[in-house]
Design a protein around this ligand. Structure first.
Ligand code: NDP
Length: 264
Protein backbone atom coordinates (compact mmCIF):
# COMPACT_ATOMS: atom_id res chain seq x y z
CA UNK A 1 0.00 0.00 0.00
CA UNK A 2 1.21 3.52 -0.80
CA UNK A 3 2.71 5.21 2.24
CA UNK A 4 1.97 8.83 3.03
CA UNK A 5 4.39 11.31 4.63
CA UNK A 6 4.10 15.02 5.39
CA UNK A 7 5.87 18.02 6.83
CA UNK A 8 4.19 20.01 9.60
CA UNK A 9 4.99 23.68 10.10
CA UNK A 10 3.74 27.24 10.22
CA UNK A 11 4.58 28.56 7.69
CA UNK A 12 5.16 25.47 5.60
CA UNK A 13 4.52 26.59 2.03
CA UNK A 14 8.21 27.43 1.45
CA UNK A 15 9.47 24.01 2.59
CA UNK A 16 11.65 22.05 0.18
CA UNK A 17 11.02 18.77 2.04
CA UNK A 18 8.13 17.49 -0.18
CA UNK A 19 10.26 17.98 -3.29
CA UNK A 20 13.32 16.38 -1.68
CA UNK A 21 11.52 13.26 -0.43
CA UNK A 22 9.26 12.80 -3.47
CA UNK A 23 12.35 12.95 -5.67
CA UNK A 24 13.82 10.00 -3.73
CA UNK A 25 10.54 8.01 -3.70
CA UNK A 26 10.08 8.49 -7.44
CA UNK A 27 13.63 7.78 -8.59
CA UNK A 28 14.09 4.78 -6.31
CA UNK A 29 10.59 3.34 -6.89
CA UNK A 30 9.50 3.52 -3.27
CA UNK A 31 5.70 3.51 -3.22
CA UNK A 32 5.07 6.66 -1.20
CA UNK A 33 4.00 10.27 -1.43
CA UNK A 34 5.09 13.27 0.69
CA UNK A 35 2.84 16.26 1.24
CA UNK A 36 2.75 19.38 3.44
CA UNK A 37 0.43 20.23 6.33
CA UNK A 38 -0.01 23.73 7.69
CA UNK A 39 -0.47 23.37 11.45
CA UNK A 40 -1.42 26.32 13.67
CA UNK A 41 -1.67 24.52 17.00
CA UNK A 42 1.28 22.28 17.92
CA UNK A 43 -0.79 20.44 20.54
CA UNK A 44 -2.90 18.99 17.68
CA UNK A 45 0.14 17.41 16.02
CA UNK A 46 -0.39 13.82 17.17
CA UNK A 47 -4.11 13.79 16.40
CA UNK A 48 -3.55 15.29 12.95
CA UNK A 49 -0.70 12.86 12.21
CA UNK A 50 -2.88 9.80 12.87
CA UNK A 51 -6.04 11.20 11.30
CA UNK A 52 -4.10 11.72 8.05
CA UNK A 53 -2.94 8.08 8.19
CA UNK A 54 0.73 9.04 7.97
CA UNK A 55 3.62 6.59 8.11
CA UNK A 56 6.03 9.37 9.03
CA UNK A 57 6.59 13.10 9.03
CA UNK A 58 9.01 15.95 9.42
CA UNK A 59 8.40 18.87 11.72
CA UNK A 60 9.68 22.39 11.25
CA UNK A 61 9.38 25.81 12.92
CA UNK A 62 7.69 26.37 15.37
CA UNK A 63 6.57 22.84 16.31
CA UNK A 64 9.81 20.95 17.02
CA UNK A 65 9.37 21.11 20.80
CA UNK A 66 5.66 20.25 20.53
CA UNK A 67 6.68 17.23 18.45
CA UNK A 68 8.93 16.10 21.30
CA UNK A 69 5.97 16.30 23.71
CA UNK A 70 3.65 14.47 21.29
CA UNK A 71 5.80 11.33 21.01
CA UNK A 72 5.16 8.01 22.73
CA UNK A 73 8.91 7.42 22.60
CA UNK A 74 11.86 9.64 21.68
CA UNK A 75 15.12 8.07 20.51
CA UNK A 76 18.76 9.08 20.26
CA UNK A 77 19.93 12.66 20.08
CA UNK A 78 16.35 14.06 20.14
CA UNK A 79 16.05 12.85 23.71
CA UNK A 80 19.09 14.86 24.73
CA UNK A 81 18.04 18.17 23.16
CA UNK A 82 14.26 17.90 23.63
CA UNK A 83 13.69 18.72 19.98
CA UNK A 84 12.11 16.38 17.38
CA UNK A 85 12.17 16.95 13.61
CA UNK A 86 11.26 13.44 12.37
CA UNK A 87 8.26 11.30 13.37
CA UNK A 88 7.70 7.63 12.59
CA UNK A 89 4.49 5.64 12.99
CA UNK A 90 5.70 2.41 14.53
CA UNK A 91 2.66 0.13 14.86
CA UNK A 92 0.45 2.99 16.02
CA UNK A 93 3.05 4.47 18.36
CA UNK A 94 4.61 7.83 17.57
CA UNK A 95 8.42 7.64 17.64
CA UNK A 96 10.52 10.82 17.55
CA UNK A 97 14.00 11.45 16.18
CA UNK A 98 16.20 14.46 15.49
CA UNK A 99 18.18 14.36 12.25
CA UNK A 100 19.15 18.08 12.17
CA UNK A 101 22.42 17.85 14.07
CA UNK A 102 23.53 14.53 12.58
CA UNK A 103 22.57 15.95 9.19
CA UNK A 104 24.96 18.80 9.79
CA UNK A 105 27.73 16.36 10.80
CA UNK A 106 27.04 14.44 7.59
CA UNK A 107 27.24 17.70 5.63
CA UNK A 108 30.67 18.55 7.05
CA UNK A 109 32.05 14.99 6.83
CA UNK A 110 34.72 16.11 4.38
CA UNK A 111 35.97 18.75 6.84
CA UNK A 112 38.48 16.64 8.70
CA UNK A 113 40.18 17.10 12.03
CA UNK A 114 37.57 19.14 13.93
CA UNK A 115 39.29 20.28 17.14
CA UNK A 116 37.73 23.64 17.93
CA UNK A 117 34.48 25.01 16.45
CA UNK A 118 33.26 28.60 16.80
CA UNK A 119 29.46 28.88 16.68
CA UNK A 120 27.99 32.27 15.81
CA UNK A 121 24.58 32.65 17.46
CA UNK A 122 22.91 31.10 20.50
CA UNK A 123 19.42 30.10 19.30
CA UNK A 124 17.76 26.72 18.76
CA UNK A 125 19.96 25.64 15.88
CA UNK A 126 23.09 26.60 17.82
CA UNK A 127 21.89 24.54 20.78
CA UNK A 128 21.43 21.35 18.72
CA UNK A 129 24.73 21.73 16.87
CA UNK A 130 26.73 22.61 19.97
CA UNK A 131 25.37 19.58 21.89
CA UNK A 132 26.33 17.36 18.96
CA UNK A 133 29.85 18.83 18.64
CA UNK A 134 30.44 18.36 22.38
CA UNK A 135 29.27 14.75 22.10
CA UNK A 136 32.15 14.20 19.66
CA UNK A 137 34.62 15.70 22.14
CA UNK A 138 35.14 18.86 20.07
CA UNK A 139 35.97 22.11 21.89
CA UNK A 140 33.22 24.68 21.24
CA UNK A 141 33.20 28.47 21.58
CA UNK A 142 30.02 30.50 21.14
CA UNK A 143 29.83 34.14 20.05
CA UNK A 144 26.48 35.90 20.33
CA UNK A 145 25.26 39.47 19.87
CA UNK A 146 23.72 39.54 23.37
CA UNK A 147 24.52 37.84 26.68
CA UNK A 148 21.13 36.46 27.76
CA UNK A 149 21.14 33.17 25.86
CA UNK A 150 24.80 32.38 26.56
CA UNK A 151 24.33 31.04 30.10
CA UNK A 152 22.85 27.77 28.85
CA UNK A 153 25.88 27.27 26.60
CA UNK A 154 28.28 27.99 29.46
CA UNK A 155 26.51 25.26 31.44
CA UNK A 156 27.06 22.85 28.56
CA UNK A 157 30.80 23.54 28.80
CA UNK A 158 31.40 26.10 26.02
CA UNK A 159 33.56 29.21 26.10
CA UNK A 160 31.06 32.03 25.58
CA UNK A 161 31.50 35.58 24.31
CA UNK A 162 29.47 38.59 23.32
CA UNK A 163 30.76 41.12 20.81
CA UNK A 164 32.12 43.16 23.76
CA UNK A 165 34.49 40.59 25.25
CA UNK A 166 35.35 38.39 22.27
CA UNK A 167 38.93 37.13 21.92
CA UNK A 168 39.78 35.31 18.69
CA UNK A 169 41.47 31.88 18.76
CA UNK A 170 42.36 29.25 16.13
CA UNK A 171 39.35 27.33 14.78
CA UNK A 172 38.85 24.25 12.63
CA UNK A 173 35.40 25.52 11.63
CA UNK A 174 33.19 28.59 12.09
CA UNK A 175 29.41 28.10 11.72
CA UNK A 176 26.87 30.87 11.36
CA UNK A 177 23.63 29.84 13.07
CA UNK A 178 22.28 33.40 13.42
CA UNK A 179 19.54 34.62 11.11
CA UNK A 180 21.77 37.53 10.01
CA UNK A 181 21.83 37.39 6.22
CA UNK A 182 18.60 35.41 5.94
CA UNK A 183 16.36 38.23 4.76
CA UNK A 184 18.84 41.10 5.06
CA UNK A 185 22.46 41.79 4.15
CA UNK A 186 23.78 41.76 7.73
CA UNK A 187 26.90 40.00 8.95
CA UNK A 188 26.52 37.85 12.11
CA UNK A 189 29.02 40.11 13.96
CA UNK A 190 30.79 43.42 13.25
CA UNK A 191 32.74 43.34 10.00
CA UNK A 192 36.22 43.62 11.55
CA UNK A 193 35.46 40.80 13.98
CA UNK A 194 34.24 38.55 11.16
CA UNK A 195 37.38 39.28 9.13
CA UNK A 196 39.57 38.41 12.11
CA UNK A 197 37.64 35.17 12.68
CA UNK A 198 37.87 34.14 9.02
CA UNK A 199 41.62 34.64 9.07
CA UNK A 200 41.86 32.10 11.88
CA UNK A 201 39.71 29.22 10.63
CA UNK A 202 40.21 26.29 8.28
CA UNK A 203 36.56 25.88 7.21
CA UNK A 204 33.32 27.90 7.18
CA UNK A 205 29.62 26.92 7.19
CA UNK A 206 26.28 28.73 7.27
CA UNK A 207 22.88 27.31 8.31
CA UNK A 208 21.13 29.65 5.85
CA UNK A 209 20.46 28.18 2.41
CA UNK A 210 19.34 29.42 -0.97
CA UNK A 211 21.67 32.42 -1.08
CA UNK A 212 25.29 33.40 -0.62
CA UNK A 213 25.09 35.24 2.71
CA UNK A 214 27.36 38.26 3.30
CA UNK A 215 29.22 36.00 5.76
CA UNK A 216 29.91 33.31 3.14
CA UNK A 217 30.72 35.98 0.56
CA UNK A 218 33.54 37.15 2.82
CA UNK A 219 34.79 33.57 3.22
CA UNK A 220 34.66 33.11 -0.55
CA UNK A 221 36.57 36.33 -1.08
CA UNK A 222 39.57 34.94 0.82
CA UNK A 223 39.18 31.51 -0.81
CA UNK A 224 38.20 29.54 2.28
CA UNK A 225 36.34 26.25 1.79
CA UNK A 226 32.71 26.77 2.79
CA UNK A 227 29.32 25.06 2.86
CA UNK A 228 25.96 26.75 2.88
CA UNK A 229 22.85 25.45 4.69
CA UNK A 230 21.74 23.43 1.67
CA UNK A 231 24.11 20.66 2.70
CA UNK A 232 22.67 20.71 6.21
CA UNK A 233 19.16 20.57 4.77
CA UNK A 234 20.21 17.69 2.53
CA UNK A 235 21.92 15.90 5.43
CA UNK A 236 18.86 15.99 7.70
CA UNK A 237 16.65 14.95 4.77
CA UNK A 238 18.79 11.93 3.87
CA UNK A 239 18.75 10.69 7.46
CA UNK A 240 14.97 11.24 7.75
CA UNK A 241 14.43 9.39 4.47
CA UNK A 242 16.47 6.46 5.75
CA UNK A 243 14.03 6.27 8.68
CA UNK A 244 10.98 6.62 6.38
CA UNK A 245 12.16 3.82 4.08
CA UNK A 246 13.21 1.62 7.02
CA UNK A 247 16.66 0.84 5.67
CA UNK A 248 15.38 -0.57 2.36
CA UNK A 249 17.25 2.07 0.33
CA UNK A 250 21.00 2.70 0.27
CA UNK A 251 22.16 5.98 1.83
CA UNK A 252 24.29 6.81 -1.23
CA UNK A 253 21.29 6.31 -3.54
CA UNK A 254 19.05 8.46 -1.31
CA UNK A 255 21.69 11.22 -1.27
CA UNK A 256 22.10 11.17 -5.04
CA UNK A 257 18.34 11.25 -5.70
CA UNK A 258 17.71 13.95 -3.10
CA UNK A 259 20.55 16.07 -4.43
CA UNK A 260 18.74 16.21 -7.78
CA UNK A 261 15.81 18.00 -6.12
CA UNK A 262 18.13 20.94 -5.42
CA UNK A 263 18.63 21.42 -9.14
CA UNK A 264 14.88 21.60 -9.88
P1 NDP B 1 16.72 31.52 16.68
O1 NDP B 1 15.71 32.59 16.52
O2 NDP B 1 16.52 30.45 17.70
O3 NDP B 1 18.17 32.22 16.98
C1 NDP B 1 18.63 33.30 16.25
C2 NDP B 1 20.06 33.71 16.69
O4 NDP B 1 20.52 34.67 15.74
C3 NDP B 1 20.16 34.37 18.06
O5 NDP B 1 21.36 33.96 18.67
C4 NDP B 1 20.21 35.88 17.73
O6 NDP B 1 20.94 36.65 18.66
C5 NDP B 1 20.97 35.84 16.43
N1 NDP B 1 20.72 36.98 15.54
C6 NDP B 1 19.55 37.31 14.93
N2 NDP B 1 19.73 38.39 14.14
C7 NDP B 1 21.03 38.74 14.26
C8 NDP B 1 21.82 39.79 13.70
N3 NDP B 1 21.30 40.70 12.85
N4 NDP B 1 23.13 39.84 14.02
C9 NDP B 1 23.66 38.95 14.87
N5 NDP B 1 22.98 37.95 15.46
C10 NDP B 1 21.67 37.84 15.15
O7 NDP B 1 16.90 30.90 15.22
P2 NDP B 1 17.15 29.36 14.77
O8 NDP B 1 18.29 28.81 15.54
O9 NDP B 1 15.86 28.61 14.74
O10 NDP B 1 17.59 29.57 13.22
C11 NDP B 1 18.78 30.25 12.91
C12 NDP B 1 19.08 30.16 11.41
O11 NDP B 1 19.33 28.82 11.02
C13 NDP B 1 17.92 30.65 10.53
O12 NDP B 1 18.50 31.49 9.54
C14 NDP B 1 17.35 29.37 9.92
O13 NDP B 1 16.83 29.63 8.65
C15 NDP B 1 18.60 28.51 9.85
N6 NDP B 1 18.29 27.05 9.85
C16 NDP B 1 18.71 26.26 8.80
C17 NDP B 1 18.49 24.87 8.76
C18 NDP B 1 18.96 24.07 7.59
O14 NDP B 1 18.56 22.90 7.44
N7 NDP B 1 19.80 24.58 6.74
C19 NDP B 1 17.81 24.19 9.88
C20 NDP B 1 17.42 25.09 10.97
C21 NDP B 1 17.67 26.46 10.92
P3 NDP B 1 20.26 37.28 20.02
O15 NDP B 1 20.29 36.18 21.06
O16 NDP B 1 21.17 38.41 20.37
O17 NDP B 1 18.88 37.72 19.65
Amino acid sequence: MKKLFSIFGNPVSHSKSPLMHNCVFKSLNFDACYTRTHLEDGSKLKKTFFSLGLSGANVTVPHKEAAFDACDEVRGFAKKVGVVNTLINENGRLIGYNTDADGFMYAIEEFKDMKHILVLGAGGTAKALVSRFLEDGIKVSVLNRSAKRLEAFRELGCECYTWDDFVVQDYSLVVNTTSAGLSDENLPAPSEMIEQILQNTAFVADAIYGKLTPFLAKAKQIQLTYKDGADMLLGQGVLANELFTEGTLKKEAITKAMQKSFEL
